[in-house]
Write a protein that binds this ligand. Structure first.
Ligand code: NAD
Length: 490
């Protein structure tokens, strides 16, 4: 056991390298509560390459025996980890809320999803991994099978600190890889609780390792490490592209899931109340810090003013506060850096001529003065050239854009370098099918908000949002394995 909860509620975290180990340097940095920056949630390792080398060596030592187990044996351990994670949902949810600010309901929901992801991939250990292909030699047996890559490096962000790492680690493990995981330093206490579930489930030493540290040291170290055969990354475009280039240059397999600038399109025939609810939920839950968050709200002229009125009326009712408080709908930005980014975009929106209709301020209540809170902001008269229409903000900011008709709305929606998720509200089946056909996005949602990923379906972006492979569901097998074709002549 390594998570030593102290009297003041600060946990001291170790790395997990074949077992719990303090960082070689002995250095730790604080993980702060964004709702109360004076509260230190944890002291977490500031690891260096010595720790990373040790983790890669542990994963390498474990991989040959791990891959020899039957898929069902690996699956049995994943089922155990799922049960443990589920049984600690309240504790893990609480740690997540304290570290990155999302509401406790969302944090517990994410932990429950983590357990479902583990169970889904546990089951994959007993599903087919190849085909029999008729050979031109009538006596021969020709078939394909799947083999693990070896050691997989997992680099994950802070916004879904349980679900994202698990949708990478679980398929990596079930298909016979061993793992070196670098969680986001901002959510390292939550990550350590997840690691405890793997430890308590009885995974053999070296199968799953966790090294906590700075992105430039440990993240880049994973991309560069010759002992890591595959790198899976979720995070920002700037970092992801760099990780991809480094991995490509040394011939490692890589997979990148990055940012979004996701539109909701509201057609003239939409149910406006439902569209408003979806805009608020998709755009502002998790304080807008989802890669699939709604950012551009493109409304057809006929219903623009009515939609705007309904949206503003509802946004004004949202309560901003500490995510642990049951009354809170919207928590703080996850960190000071994120807060400054959001405030910077709000300033830029105003400078470039968009009209701020509501929000975008620090809430006045004294109890919130010590946190990174911003009231949800809605900009009007946003045009495609503006920075707030082009760049990912990752905060509670909505940009309203007017379109003459649905055709123009789809053109506006596609006018972006990103292509992660897109939503349409309409009652017309022809509109729905046209949108599904023409939108350049990996996830299309008709009469549903832009956020909302189902673990059993492929997930990933088009254009600049992804390296074009897919995660989750059965699509994950493509990244975490290599295909081998076997020809057997008796
Ligand atoms: P980030 O890119 O700053 O960090 C992501 C991870 O990369 C962290 O673990 C970080 O420590 C590490 N890192 C930082 N510098 C690195 C470097 N030089 N080399 C290697 N690794 C490095 O992103 P973030 O702020 O943690 O997360 C927010 C971003 O993630 C947003 O852009 C969001 O859209 C994206 N995201 C995408 C998805 C998706 O599935 N498409 C899901 C969630 C979040």
């Amino acid at each position: 056991m390594t998570i030593r909860e102290q009297m003041n509620g600060t946990a001291t975290i170790d790395n997990y390298i074949g077992g719990w180990r303090p960082p070689a340097s002995g250095r730790r940095v604080p993980s702060l509560n964004p709702a109360r920056r004076s509260e230190t949630v944890g002291l977490v390792p500031d690891s260096d390459r010595t720790d990373l080398d040790a983790a890669v060596a542990a994963a390498e030592a474990a991989r040959r025996s791990w891959r020899k187990l039957a898929g069902s044996q690996r699956g049995a351990l994943l089922f155990k980890a799922a049960d443990l994670l589920e049984s600690r949902m309240d504790e893990i949810g609480r740690a997540m809320t304290r570290e990155m600010g999302k509401t406790i309901g969302e944090a517990k929901g994410e932990t429950a999803r983590g357990a479902a992801i583990l169970r889904y991939y546990a089951g994959e250990g007993m599903r087919p991994i190849g085909d029999v292909i008729p050979s031109t030699d009538a006596e021969a047996l020709m078939y394909t099978t799947r083999v693990p890559l070896g050691v997989v490096g997992v680099i994950s962000p802070w916004n879904f600190p349980v679900a994202i790492p698990l949708w990478k680690i679980a398929p990596a493990l079930i298909y016979g890889n061993t793992v070196v995981w670098k969680p986001a330093i901002e959510t390292a206490v939550t990550a350590a609780l997840v690691m405890e579930c793997f430890h308590d489930a009885g995974f053999p030493a070296g199968t799953v390792n966790m090294v906590v540290g700075d992105g430039a040291a440990i993240g880049q170290g994973i991309a560069e490490h010759p002992g890591i055969h595959g790198v899976t990354f979720t995070g920002s475009n700037a970092v992801g592209q760099r990780v991809g280039q480094i991995a490509l240059a040394r011939g490692a397999k890589y997979q990148l899931e990055m940012g979004g600038k996701n539109p909701i399109v509201v057609a003239a025939d939409a149910d406006l109340d439902l569209a408003v609810d979806a805009t608020i939920s998709g755009g502002l839950r998790s304080t807008g810090q989802k890669c699939t968050a709604t950012s551009r709200v493109i409304v057809v002229r006929e219903v623009y003013e009515t939609f705007k009125e309904k949206l503003l009326a509802k946004i004004k009712t949202l309560t901003v506060g500490d995510g642990l408080d049951a009354e809170t709908w919207l928590g703080p930005c996850a960190s000071e850096k994120q807060y400054e980014t959001v405030i910077g975009y709000i300033r830029k929106g105003r400078e470039e001529g968009a009209e701020l209709l509501v929000g975008g301020e620090r809430p006045s209540h004294p109890s919130l003065a010590d946190g990174f809170f911003v009231t949800p902001a809605v900009f009007d008269r946003v045009t495609t050239g503006m920075t707030i229409a082009r760049e990912e903000i990752f905060g509670p900011v909505l940009a309203l854009m007017e379109a003459g008709d649905l055709k123009e709305a789809i053109e506006l929606a596609n006018d972006t370098e990103f292509g992660l998720s897109a939503s349409l509200y309409t009652r017309d089946l022809a509109n729905a099918l046209a949108f599904a056909q023409e939108m350049e996005a990996g996830l299309i949602r008709i009469n549903a908000e832009t956020a909302g990923v189902e673990l059993q379906a492929p997930f990933g972006g088009m254009k600049g949002s992804s390296s074009h492979s897919r995660e989750q569901g059965q699509a994950a097998i493509e990244f975490y394995t290599a295909v081998k074709t076997v020809f057997v002549k008796p």
